[in-house]
Write a protein that binds this ligand. Structure first.
Ligand code: IPM
Ligand code: MN
Length: 372
């Protein structure tokens, strides 16, 4: 059986609690199926590390991480460290490992209610592909005439042809794959890639983005085109989330809409993401998209589902599809039963109780699968 080496970065706040449950659940799944072996190495980086060492992770962090098959991250952020400093950890790994695709599935899991009033037959099941290494997050710019009444702050966005094309192409390939595998759900034209843009106002960057979208789309005549200005898209996502299949957006726009999408799918407690380097030149990183929720730290209260889901995406990426599916089947079975869920989903269970329930279901289903 394959053995995968995974760098686990628990991070700050509730990160360690949810990641611990995530690791246990993944272990339970691969053990139940005997499909692979996971070796987690815990890397104690984050804000505590910063307070002691003046940096979020060691200088050679990327060299250390390079040797792993994947990275499993809890959460980053601590009130004692400015956000723009602590979040460098995340952005440095995304950029340093050329994880240019941030994949964020938006799916209403069995047993989870959406705050959005859905039509009776509507199925919410789409994916947001976020450009993850450039655009508005290029961190270039400066402050001029600092402290004077004439001060100017400039934040530059960078959109390269290569960087834009490759992420849009990934979105089209994904839409095709979803249709071929029969995963794409009806609700709108399928397969379809929605271009999340703002080319009416951003006359250089987004006009360029649109041109590249059109050029790539021309190579995929079987995939429907759809164009939505990001402001209008926020409205349509609430009114008709079932319409979407794959949405592709720039770093900032897709960051914003994926929080909205998280709300649509039941909240930040159930929203997961993967930071992918599709060429596999570097390890990819999987994380819940929520933050570190410092006020819930140590209370065994946070919902581990987002982290477990991110772990399932990691197993899928590593190649253990059977274990990845078993994990999500178990999560959905537990949620659908309705007896064990955290406060954010209207329940009273703790982080570890949800973890135990999912592991128990995994073992029971794993046995049944092996016997079949
Ligand atoms: C996310 C987060 C990060 C981002 C922050 C923490 C820098 O909001 O993963 O969506 O903006 O990318
Ligand atoms: Mn975000």
């Amino acid at each position: 059986t394959a053995e995968y080496r995974i760098a686990a970065i628990p991070g700050d706040g509730i990160g360690p609690e949810v990641l611990e449950v995530g690791m246990e659940v993944l272990d339970a799944a691969v053990e139940a199926l005997g499909s692979s072996r996971l070796e987690f190495q815990i890397l104690p980086w984050g804000s505590e590390y910063y307070l002691q060492n003046g940096r979020m992770m060691p200088e050679d962090a990327l060299d250390i991480l390079k040797g792993f098959d994947a990275i499993y991250l809890g959460a980053i952020g601590d009130p004692r460290v400015p956000d723009h400093v602590s979040l460098e950890l995340l952005l440095d790994i995304r950029k340093g490992f050329d994880q240019y695709v941030n994949i964020r599935p938006v799916k209403l899991l069995a047993g989870v209610d959406s705050p959005v009033k859905l039509k009776p037959d509507a199925v919410v099941d789409f994916v947001v592909i976020r450009e993850n290494t450039e655009g508005e997050y290029s961190r270039l710019g400066g402050r001029f005439k600092a402290g004077t009444a004439d001060e100017v702050a400039i934040q530059t966005s960078i959109f390269t042809r290569k960087g834009t094309e490759r992420v849009i192409r990934y979105a089209f390939d994904l839409a095709r794959r979803r249709a071929e595998e029969g995963i794409a759900r009806p609700g709108g034209p399928r397969p379809m890639v929605t271009n999340c843009t703002k080319s009416n106002a951003l006359n250089y960057s987004m006009v360029f983005w649109d041109e590249i979208y059109d050029a790539v789309a021309a190579e995929y005549p079987d995939v429907h085109r759809d164009k939505a200005l990001v402001d209008a898209l926020t409205m349509w996502l609430v009114r008709q989330p079932e319409y979407y299949d794959v949405i592709v957006g720039s770093n900032l726009f897709a960051d914003i809409i994926t929080d909205l999408c998280a709300a649509i799918q039941g909240g930040m407690g159930v929203a997961a993401g993967g930071n992918i380097n599709p060429e596999r030149a570097y390890p990819s990183m999987f994380e819940p998209i929520h933050g570190s929720a410092p006020k819930h730290k140590g209370k065994n209260k946070a919902n581990p589902v987002a982290t477990i889901w991110a772990g399932s995406m990691m197993l899928e990426h590593l190649g253990d599809t059977a274990a990845a599916r078993l994990v999500m089947t178990a999560v959905e079975a537990v949620l659908a039963e309705g007896k064990c869920r955290t406060y954010d989903l209207g329940g009273r269970s703790s982080t570890t109780e949800v973890g135990e329930a999912v592991k128990k279901t995994i073992r029971a289903r794993g046995d049944a699968l092996l016997r079949a």
